[in-house]
Design a protein around this ligand. Structure first.
Ligand SMILES: Cc1ncc(COP(=O)(O)O)c(C=O)c1O
Length: 320
């Protein structure tokens, strides 16, 4: 059983040594710049049966976010060991879980400019059980489009998520799983996901730039595409081209490879998860929950996929 008062890691001005403690013991100052300005960055790492997934990639992105936000923080290297410690202490080794962590610019009386360099950033990390979206991954989800009213540094994994929060709530209010943003006629990304389309066997997605977060799952999918010899087009999906997409899917740490079956109430392709999406789902599954023969399974997928893009093997949904 999970402890009712979970273990977390915390470090701040009042507690300069990063330490593991009960969540109820965490005290955050109202002057914390995360609280005042959302002045901080974060990461979410997935764990499968106690095994953290794509850690170096997440830490590299965290370092990029810190650099872009001009937050100097020396404690990134210790994160994996401490994340494992949280999984262990919170009895999360035999299930799926997420590790959430954030770093703010620390505690200082409110003013916009940076505090003195001596101010210690605040660090917080927790781990939570995560139930995979089994039904949604199998059947696919509905999404809506919304105007992208966010800033132009979406590549920073910033705590400031008001735009994403408002858009996701709009989706929820309309009975959709996700809202996908449209900027200058192009689909940028979802509120907590990247967006991919398939047209004529070619994968299409937005280029990596300030308009999207460079998703760790997005990068893995691009690597899988190369392996599976699926051509990739990073010029983006036009909003007026959404109707002509054969397939669409979301990609992210929590949603993995999630088929989209309706956009703004209109059917995508056949209205069922498409063959390329299913192929990528299977490849993703083999990467994230490797079994002894996973390498063999991927090469098998490639052979089957090349021969039989719309055939039997590609159509069967993986078992999440
Ligand atoms: C805005 C946004 N885009 C894309 C993603 C997907 O990124 P990742 O695959 O690293 O989870 C996320 C994840 O939270 C996100 O918040």
């Amino acid at each position: 059983m999970r402890p009712p008062d979970p273990w977390v890691y915390f470090q701040s001005a009042d507690q300069p040594k990063r330490a593991v403690l009960r969540k109820s013991k965490v005290r955050v100052s109202p002057n914390d710049r995360g609280f005042m300005f959302a002045d901080g960055v974060y990461e979410v790492i997935r764990s499968y049966q106690g095994r953290l997934f794509l850690v170096p990639e997440h830490l590299a992105r965290l370092r990029r976010s810190l650099r872009s936000a001009r937050i100097q923080y020396a404690g990134v290297r210790e994160i994996p060991a401490e994340a494992r410690e949280l999984l262990r202490r919170n009895n999360l080794l035999d299930c799926d879980a997420t590790v959430y962590l954030h770093i703010t610019r620390g505690v200082y009386p409110r003013r916009h400019a940076f505090p003195p360099r001596s101010v210690l950033p605040t660090f917080y990390m927790e781990a939570n059980r995560f139930e995979p979206y089994r039904n949604e991954l199998t059947r696919g989800v509905r999404v809506i489009t919304v105007p992208d009213f966010r800033w132009s540094r979406c590549d920073i994994k910033s705590l400031a998520l008001l735009g994403n929060v408002l858009a996701r709530q709009e989706a929820v209010d309309k009975g959709a799983f996700e809202a996908i943003f449209v900027r200058d006629g192009l689909v940028t990304e979802g509120t907590h996901t990247n967006v991919f389309g398939v047209r004529n066997g070619r994968l299409v997605t937005h280029p990596r730039c300030g308009s999207i977060l460079g998703g760790i799952t997005r990068e893995l999918i691009i690597r899988l595409c190369r392996r599976l010899r699926i051509p990739l087009d990073e010029s983006g999906i036009r909003q007026d081209g959404l109707r002509s997409m054969d397939e669409l899917f979301l990609a992210g740490t929590t949603v993995e490879v999630m088929p989209i079956v309706r956009v703004d109430g209109r059917r995508v392709g056949t209205g069922k998860p498409g063959p390329t999406t299913l192929r990528l789902q299977r490849a993703f599954l083999a990467e994230s929950r490797p079994r002894p023969k996973s390498r063999h399974r991927i090469s098998t997928l490639r052979r089957k996929g090349t021969k039989n893009e719309h055939g039997q093997a590609a159509k069967s949904a993986p078992n999440w």
